[in-house]
Write a new protein. Structure first.
Length: 112
């Protein structure tokens, strides 16, 4: 997720839309709350639930209500997608996910 802020690109590779008025803070970092919720598992609004059968990650929109508006856009705000797995990173996470899934399957098979 941190790299998505550095790249400032949507998941299709297109650059984030420029901000109106050219404010001094970087795009999507006004207070740091949304960035923290997306990247820090101790931050308010961070969702990270992992079990042996599933994983869920995201931002709690009750804690960071502007997060969905930035990710998906509105009639007045262009989408600036920040919450996605960047293409080359997908290749990196595939082996550990496959290994973990394999361990679960083997464990279930041994139990009968």
């Amino acid at each position: 997720m941190i790299d998505n802020w550095t790249r400032q690109q949507n998941k299709d590779g297109s650059p984030w839309a420029p901000r109106a008025g050219n404010p001094p803070n970087p795009p999507l970092i006004k207070t740091g709350a949304m960035f923290g919720a997306a990247t820090d598992d101790q931050a308010d609004g961070n969702i990270r639930e992992v079990s042996d059968r599933s994983a869920k990650t995201g931002i709690n929109s009750a804690a960071v209500p502007w997060a969905p508006m930035q990710q998906f856009g509105t009639s007045r705000i262009p989408a600036r997608q920040y919450f996605f797995l960047y293409g080359p990173d997908r290749v990196k996470v595939r082996p550990p996910i496959q290994q973990a899934a394999g361990r679960v399957i083997i464990s279930k098979m041994r139990r009968g």
